[in-house]
Write a protein that binds this ligand. Structure first.
Ligand code: PMV
Length: 323
């Protein structure tokens, strides 16, 4: 019988950017994220009617470049003598454009394979599996506010994700996703982050500052101190992008439209007194943090920006689910 899993991409308020062990996908620092309820990845796993694994993403057979990471992931699971699988994934949002489709995708695959083959993996084991598809995928295994602990052991056994607080802790928290480009990125986050780790002169400093921000972020979330959450998220995002801009060769995911939205968010906050903050991942799209009572006015201003293709308002995601 087939298994269908629905997961959500997650947005880091405190970023993961760099590995200390590239084989095991062990991060240089801990990170903290929220899932996006309005964005979903739905993955169905079934036995293939052909003799090879068949992968379909958004109704199409993807290129070798897109299927290979999934085939590699199937090997990592170590499931022996398995039948060829038909894996069908549909994203409700642009794939590989900095909206964390790999996070929700590999989380869905890890959860789906666990269920389909009755692997009975523990939450820690599921984290270890999902993160080897894409580091941030381990954070999409849970709903609400999620932390991925860096861990210290060389074998990675203490590097895992867990829920800090459920989405119900802060039902009025909103994330507006402003899409300015839908094309897949030119450089993978995997390559770009190791470039920062190995060549940016400010990388170590960012890691240190970001680790200390994570503790303050946790407290600010517990206190529902929105301004502090927003300030810390912006600082962390800006710091991460600075490590890219100062790496060799420099990496820049931001477009002029991205910078315009960052400025608009700052203006809404400083000139109109609307509490809103931005965060951006490895792509040009912007996520705006705000609260429910302000989302309509912020959307009104964003709609006036012709560079924005689409805006999606989301609350914090609940747990992934199996149908
Ligand atoms: O999980 P990856 O390899 O796609 O890297 C994600 C990196 C960022 O999205 C930029 C930050 C994060 O913590 O999600």
């Amino acid at each position: 019988m087939s298994v269908t899993i629905t997961t959500h991409p997650n947005i880091a308020l405190i970023k993961y950017w760099g590995k200390r062990n590239e084989q095991l996908f062990l991060p240089t620092k801990s990170s903290l994220s929220v899932g996006l309820e309005a964005l979903t990845t739905t993955t169905t796993i079934d036995i293939s009617s052909t003799e090879t694994d068949e992968i379909t993403i958004n109704g199409q057979r993807p290129s070798q470049a897109h299927t290979q990471p999934i085939l590699d992931f199937l090997k990592i699971t170590g499931i022996n003598n398995r039948p060829p699988l038909a894996i069908t994934t549909t994203n409700s949002f642009p794939t590989a454009a900095g909206l964390a489709s790999s996070a929700s995708g590999f989380a869905a695959l890890a959860l789906g394979l666990n269920h389909f083959f009755s692997l009975n993996l523990s939450p820690h084991e599921l984290s270890a599996l999902a993160r080897r598809g894409s580091g941030s995928a381990c954070r999409s295994l849970f709903g609400g506010f999620v932390v991925w602990h860096r861990g210290h052991r060389p074998d990675g056994s203490d590097s895992f994700a867990e829920q800090l607080l459920p989405a119900s802790h802060w039902p009025t928290f909103r994330i507006i996703v402003a899409i300015v480009a839908q094309e897949p990125k030119k450089i993978s986050s995997r390559t770009a982050m190791q470039n920062s780790v190995t060549t940016s002169p400010i990388y170590e400093k960012w890691v240190e500052a970001s680790e200390s921000r994570l503790d303050r972020m946790h407290r600010a979330i517990l206190d529902k101190n929105f301004e502090l959450v927003g300030q810390l998220a912006e600082q962390d995002c800006i710091g991460m992008h600075k490590t890219m801009h100062t790496s060799q060769p420099p990496v820049n995911f931001l477009l002029p439209a991205t910078a315009n939205i960052m400025q608009q968010v700052t203006d809404l906050r400083t000139k109109l007194g609307i509490p809103c903050y931005f965060t951006i991942d490895a792509g040009p799209n912007v996520k705006i943090l705000c609260q429910e009572h302000d989302d309509a006015i912020i959307m009104e201003h964003l709609r006036k920006m012709p560079q924005i293709i689409q805006c999606i308002v989301s609350s914090i995601a609940g747990h992934p689910y199996i149908t």
